[in-house]
Design a protein around this ligand. Structure first.
Ligand SMILES: [Zn+2]
Length: 517
């Protein structure tokens, strides 16, 4: 049974002068403007410091950490009940994964140039530098960017005063102003998001700014960060096994064993090595990706229902849950619900009663947010740019190895170009695996009630591995049949691999192109 919040108390009385000043500011909040002294933001570096310490459930007043600004780069809309580590990981994926991918690409270019110019003799330092650069920028981008221009974000606990009731009231009533001065709204969504008064109000207030503002909303489910990070680990282990495969192959060619898999002990050692490396990926990391992905997909599918059934009267806020009394100090708390209801009266001046204002707000949420959720959420797949950004560094590390082998092609009976095109077998394997995961999340949601999730994952993984091996084997067989040098059948086989993985992504992310959805 959902606990009903106790009835809100009246706002404490203020003297006439204060009231007049407050009303002046409240009216200005209606016009989405804000007093310059109230508009404050906090550097992103501070929000993510110490593994997102600021997202913890502390009640300390940290208003002094924010500073006055003219504009806010991103308004962070989230609920405090969602776990801190989920939000921190998702913020890092959302804000840092693309710069990290770009940095690893630049490192890859430099590493490859050093190999081509023969300054660097070996591929491992380059590969390690690519991985190192990626994770360094992924973890530290907010501080690195801060050296040049700080990314200033709005975090309610720090940017709205808590120590002073008047300042707090002004801050809350000026929320429309904070939102209108924000370039982006980042929604760190969790299943609790639309059950909370503040978060539903923030998203509605941003959409009220006009339809063109809709493109400035970034929707980031809080579980997306760990999910994509687990996938990155899975992929790194998978690509590491490719590295071993290539090394064993090179070793066998240099030892003049024409077909290395004919050597039984070599084949046995190779198989054991592959299994040892891939075992954690398939037995530990993949089930984690599948389970988290299924749970996220399930929650996202319930979101539409949640928005359709939203009622502001049932939305929860912490002040009412604490009975408007600060648990530590016993100090009386203002009711946020009353402040939001007051703002709604100003949003809808033509409505004659408070009840009508609340109904009107519910109607707006159902219509505008419902439409937004349907348009932006699509079929629940993570954003393509984050998928690419989180998975690019193992592939670049692999490219570094191929460039080294191409530079040393004189040791082999085929050309440098033949080595370079060999790299193109890796991306289809990685992205097909992720697409297969996505399908298994959907199967998990659809059939999870009727049979065991683990059975679905086991069958799905077996089918996925079988399909990927088949796609890869056709390339390997053609390469061994027609030779390693560049030739039509091998190029055709690679093209087939690329089409096989690109088509599902085009279908997933540009369904209108196909007229299929
Ligand atoms: Zn309250």
């Amino acid at each position: 049974m959902v606990p009903q919040p106790p009835p809100p108390r009246q706002l404490p009385a203020v003297d006439r002068e204060q009231e007049r000043a407050l009303k002046r500011r409240s009216v200005s909040s209606l016009a989405s403007s804000i007093d310059s002294g109230l508009l404050r933001a906090v550097p992103m570096g501070l929000v993510l410091r110490c593994c997102g310490r600021q997202w913890g459930s502390r009640v300390v007043d940290e208003y002094h950490l924010s500073r006055p600004v003219n504009e806010i780069d991103a308004f962070l809309s989230h609920d405090w009940g969602t776990r801190r580590w989920l939000k921190t990981a998702t913020m890092m994926v959302h804000f840092n994964s693309v710069p990290a991918a770009v940095a690893s690409l630049l490192t890859c270019i430099v590493a490859c140039l050093l190999i081509v110019l023969r300054v660097s003799d070996g591929w491992l330092p380059g590969t390690l530098a690519i991985h190192g650069t990626y994770w360094f920028v992924f973890v530290c981008w907010q501080d690195l960017r801060g050296l040049c221009k700080k990314n200033m974000v709005f975090l309610d606990r720090i940017c709205i005063a808590r120590h002073d009731a008047d300042l707090k009231t002004q801050g809350i009533l000026s929320l429309g102003g904070f939102l209108s001065k924000s370039r982006k709204l980042v929604v760190l969504w969790s299943p609790r998001y639309f059950t909370r008064l503040w978060t539903a109000f923030e998203l509605s207030a941003f959409l009220r700014e006009g339809e063109e503002k809709e493109k400035d909303i970034d929707f980031a489910p809080a579980s997306m960060g760990p999910l994509l990070l687990y996938f990155s680990i899975f992929e790194t282990l998978l690509v590491a096994s490719f590295h071993i495969l290539v090394l064993r192959f090179v070793e066998s060619v240099l030892q003049e064993q024409k077909v290395y898999l004919k050597n039984e002990s070599s084949l046995w050692n190779f198989t054991v090595a592959m299994l040892v490396i891939c075992a954690p990926a398939f037995l530990v990391v993949a089930p984690m990706v599948l389970y988290l992905g299924t749970m996220q997909m399930k929650a996202l599918l319930q979101l539409r229902k949640q928005v359709d059934e939203f009622k502001i009267r049932d939305a929860q806020c912490s002040c009412c849950q604490m009975d408007h009394c600060q648990p530590d100090t016993g100090e009386e708390l203002l009711c946020d619900r009353m402040l939001v209801f007051e703002t709604l009266k100003r949003w809808y001046p033509l409505e004659t009663s408070s009840e009508a204002c609340l109904d009107r707000f519910d109607e707006t949420v159902h219509k505008e947010l419902g439409g937004y959720v349907r348009n932006r959420l699509g079929a629940g797949a993570p954003p393509l740019r984050h998928i690419v950004a989180i998975s690019v560094h193992p592939l670049l590390g692999f490219l570094c190895m191929y460039v080294y082998l191409a530079v040393n092609a004189h040791l082999f009976p085929w050309s440098a170009l033949a080595w370079i095109i060999g790299w193109f077998q890796a991306p289809p394997m990685v992205y097909l695996a992720l697409w297969e995961f996505l399908q298994m999340w959907r199967l998990g949601v659809r059939f999870g009630d009727r049979c065991s999730l683990w059975l679905i994952f086991l069958l799905g993984e077996a089918a996925g591995i079988g399909f990927n091996v088949a796609i890869w084997m056709q390339y390997t067989v053609l390469k061994y049949t027609f030779g390693h040098d560049v030739n039509g059948p091998v190029l055709g086989s690679l093209a087939f691999m690329w089409i096989t993985f690109i088509l599902p992504y085009v279908y997933e992310y540009s369904p209108k192109l196909f007229g299929l959805k």
